[in-house]
Design a binder for this molecule. Structure first.
Ligand code: NDP
Length: 265
């Protein structure tokens, strides 16, 4: 039986096992997908288990998407560019790090026919997921990408990878077409993002990488102002679909039933 798992800290609330095990069963694959909470010191050992065949694939979540990199033999070009790995597998005796968050975000926007070409994007956050969102927006042809993060140094570090980024102070609201909450603010019920919503009109697009709750205060505010809104549920489903395809060479279905699995957990 093949073995897969998601590593992170915390990892208790990850929905990856639920989704992957559903697809494993649906596609009659002899495999199991678990979750494992780790500390940084355990990373090297778990990756060596991919090398020696004890584990067939790993998904990586907060806070290890960057930490795993030195222990891998090779990175795909997307993982290299974003310095972020969320999917690990073995190929020709080498342990490879890939990043399916980029493709997940791209597919999520394509799925709702949102065309990024020529648009000004404003990203809130400079954590683990931010470089993937930036690369996806670049690939989709955004005309300008503006970024704001509470801790300015982290935004400046991202600008070293993406020099074309425009940085603004936390709380400032520039002109934009699409605003993306790529922070973890909104996961808790009382979380609010300190933004001057009064300068934001209607007819823009509010995207939140968070999908549980399905409507964060950020999305509710966007909607109240007359904007299109979307949460990160399909992004999550698509990044998992891409990882599944890498490991099993099967493209699992994303349908209403699958999306329902990702609700209220
Ligand atoms: P990180 O922990 O790496 O980064 C967290 C980000 O949130 C940082 O920019 C941090 O700012 C900001 N932040 C946290 N608390 C506050 C606060 N009180 N005020 C202002 N800013 C704050 O997380 P990730 O980047 O990995 O993930 C971010 C979110 O994206 C998570 O909710 C995660 O679940 C979600 N996600 C969704 C995916 C999907 O497929 N839908 C895929 C990957 C992630 P600072 O630097 O100042 O601390």
């Amino acid at each position: 039986m093949k073995k897969y798992l998601v590593i992170g800290n915390p990892v208790e609330h990850s929905l990856s096992p639920k989704l992957h095990n559903y697809w494993i069963k649906e596609n009659k694959i002899d495999a199991v997908y678990n979750k494992k909470q780790l500390n940084e010191i355990d990373i090297q050992k778990i990756i060596s288990e991919v090398k020696n065949g004890e584990i067939d694939g790993i998904n990586v979540t907060v806070p290890f998407k960057k930490t795993v990199i030195p222990f891998l033999n090779e990175l795909t070009s997307v993982a290299k560019k974003t310095k972020s790995v969320n999917t690990i597998y073995k190929k020709m005796d080498k342990v490879i790090g890939d990043n399916t968050d980029v493709g997940g975000f791209e597919s999520a926007l394509q799925n709702i026919n949102y065309n990024v070409k020529g648009k000004i994007a404003f990203i809130l956050g400079a954590g683990g997921v931010a470089p993937s969102i930036i690369l996806a927006l670049k690939k989709m042809g955004a005309s300008k990408i503006i970024l704001s993060n509470r801790t300015k140094q982290k935004a400046e570090d991202l600008k070293k990878i993406y020099p074309e980024l425009d940085l603004v102070n936390w709380g400032d609201v520039p002109e934009f077409d699409i605003i993306i909450n790529a922070t973890s603010l909104g996961l808790k019920e009382n979380d609010t993002i300190k933004l001057d919503y009064s300068v934001i009109g209607p007819n823009k697009f509010f995207y939140d990488v968070i999908y549980n709750p399905s409507k964060t205060k950020f999305l509710l505010k966007g909607k109240e102002l007359g904007n299109q809104i979307e949460n990160g549920k399909t992004m999550f489903a698509y990044q998992a679909q891409l990882a599944f395809k890498i490991w099993h060479n099967i493209e699992p279905k994303i349908d209403e039933k699958v999306l329902k699995l990702l609700e209220n957990d």
